[in-house]
Write a protein that binds this ligand. Structure first.
Ligand code: HEC
Ligand code: HEC
Ligand code: HEC
Length: 420
């Protein structure tokens, strides 16, 4: 009996010590299926169930294109690059850091697994020679500023790193998602990290899949390190480390900027208060349909009330706000009145909380909406639920305590013909 056990043990030991080259892969796959599919999708195409809600979209691992690399543009990242990104996460995006959740060997396994998804990894990575760097000093920063001008970083990042004087700061990435050039005064938003080495690598190697180019041969290595030191010097203190005096001064400065540029302020408000999210038509990938930005036509169904297509807010005179007076627009936003004086429902649009906007901010929104290019599109009037269904819905809400669902449909509910 004993011998038999010993034999079995020896045989199984022998089997397990046979080298199995793909041994990590099933483990990597299991880890991937457990932790990464939600966003990156079952086959790594960046199409997990949560993907359409995220900007930027999760990486499509089948393309072999990565933003955070120590390798030449066009090359795949090194294993260490992948591992570092997975450990740390990509700041300023939905990509979480896994170092507190997964042990190092799990991270290495899952990194190896995602490499199997792109044929590009058959070629070895081409690391760049990073050199020794240039320590930061006032002189290096002054030289770096000149490199910033020479390489025309300001075209996309502005002369001050915050977009001032830039040709444009709004772009699209390869997934056709809106993308802004980074605000170089807010280093905590840099996806690949805020150190001079991180920054040096980003502009030296480029961020593949985005308009952020590689500046590999555009300057000498010393110049590039000076530039990295200059970009670090642009970083401001984040509010969560400021004293109360510093915060007061910071907000006073922001207020002054808002007053100087109300259109930009209005645009920020329209984006952050959800006006654009509701008043634009989307496709089934939650991408704004071409030419439909702020042109309305998103169909919102709210049980048990009915269907509410969103209004056209562009400056079109017939179908948009072009012929509305400033006061009429403000009344719609803060009091929920249509132009003809009838009332909108208190939802979908939350005009009760919009009524708390300061007069300056309200002016800024109107000023910005006036600049939105006209799109001719009529949106149908809201359709109310048939009365018995409405009463049944109310009964469910009030007596049974069921929360009624609301649905946002993809597609464009507006047409040229229908009247509003
Ligand atoms: C909550 C959603 C989410 C989950 C879960 C998630 N990711 Fe990501 N991941 C993202 C997003 C979003 C990006 C793209 C960020 C960008 O483009 O700046 C990304 C990017 C990446 C990148 C690309 C880095 C580069 O250089 O471009 C890697 C590698 C990565 N994820 C690995 C993983 C792994 C491995 C897991 C599971 C352990 C995982 N992710 C889980 C959302 C997620
Ligand atoms: C053609 C436009 C363009 C030019 C020119 C450009 N950038 Fe960028 N830059 C971008 C965009 C777009 C992003 C955002 C990429 C993203 O979020 O994925 C970016 C991001 C960055 C980031 C953030 C990196 C990170 O980890 O998220 C830094 C730092 C940066 N750029 C520095 C520079 C410097 C320095 C120069 C000049 C050498 C430069 N950029 C030139 C468009 C540009
Ligand atoms: C949750 C979705 C949602 C959000 C967020 C939202 N709206 Fe609306 N808005 C609607 C809907 C739906 C209508 C049309 C309702 C109706 O006709 O009964 C509407 C109507 C309007 C109207 C009246 C237009 C007309 O032709 O009658 C204006 C003006 C307007 N919204 C501006 C804004 C502004 C500005 C913001 C941001 C501060 C905003 N909305 C945010 C959903 C939204």
């Amino acid at each position: 009996m004993r011998e038999r056990f010993a034999l079995i043990a020896m045989v199984s030991l022998a089997i397990s010590s046979v080298p199995r080259p793909q041994a990590q892969e099933p483990r990597g796959k299991a880890l991937y299926d457990k932790h990464c599919v939600e966003c990156h999708g079952p086959s790594g195409r960046g199409d997990g169930p949560s993907a359409v809600f995220l900007v930027p979209r999760p990486r499509d691992f089948t393309t072999g294109k990565y933003k955070i690399r120590t390798t030449e543009t066009g090359s795949v990242p090194t294993d260490d690059d992948l591992i570092a990104s997975i450990q740390r996460g990509l700041y300023g995006t939905a990509m979480p850091g896994w170092d507190r959740i997964l042990p190092a060997n799990d991270i290495a396994d899952v990194a190896r697994y995602i490499k199997t998804m792109a044929p590009q990894f058959a070629q070895p990575p081409k690391p760049v020679a990073i050199g020794t760097g240039v320590p930061s000093s006032p002189d290096s920063i002054v030289r770096g500023e000149r490199v910033y001008e020479k390489l025309q970083c300001g075209k996309c990042h502005g002369t001050d790193g915050r977009g001032t004087g830039a040709v444009t700061t709004t772009f699209e990435d390869e997934a056709k998602q809106p993308l802004r050039s980074a605000d170089l005064t807010e280093p905590w938003t840099f996806h690949g990290g805020p150190t001079s080495r991180d920054i040096y690598l980003r502009f030296r190697t480029g961020m593949m899949g985005t308009p952020m180019p590689s500046f590999a041969d555009a300057a000498s290595d010393y110049e590039m390190w000076d530039l990295a030191n200059y970009v670090v010097s642009l970083g401001r203190k984040p509010v969560w480390t400021m004293t109360s005096d510093e915060i007061a001064a910071f907000y006073a400065q922001q207020d002054a900027e808002r007053k100087r540029d109300p259109v930009r302020r209005g645009q920020q408000l329209v984006e952050t208060m959800g006006c654009a999210a509701c008043h634009s038509a989307y496709d089934d990938q939650k991408r704004v349909m071409p030419g439909m930005y702020l042109a309305g036509g998103l169909r919102i169904r709210i049980e048990p009330y009915g269907e509410f297509p969103t209004a056209n807010l562009t400056s079109d005179k017939e179908t948009g706000l072009g012929n509305w007076s400033d006061d009429e627009i403000k009344r719609a936003i803060t009091k929920g009145m249509r132009r003809n004086g009838t009332r909108l429902l208190p939802f979908p649009m939350d005009y009760a909380s919009f009524s708390l906007l300061t007069p300056d901010d309200l002016d800024a929104i109107v000023k910005y909406l006036r600049t939105v290019p006209a799109v001719s599109k009529r949106v149908p009037v809201p359709r109310w639920t048939f009365l018995p269904l409405y009463l049944w819905g109310k009964f469910r809400m009030l007596i049974l305590g069921n929360d009624p669902p609301s649905t946002f449909y993809p597609g464009n509910a507006g047409t040229k013909g229908a009247s509003r």
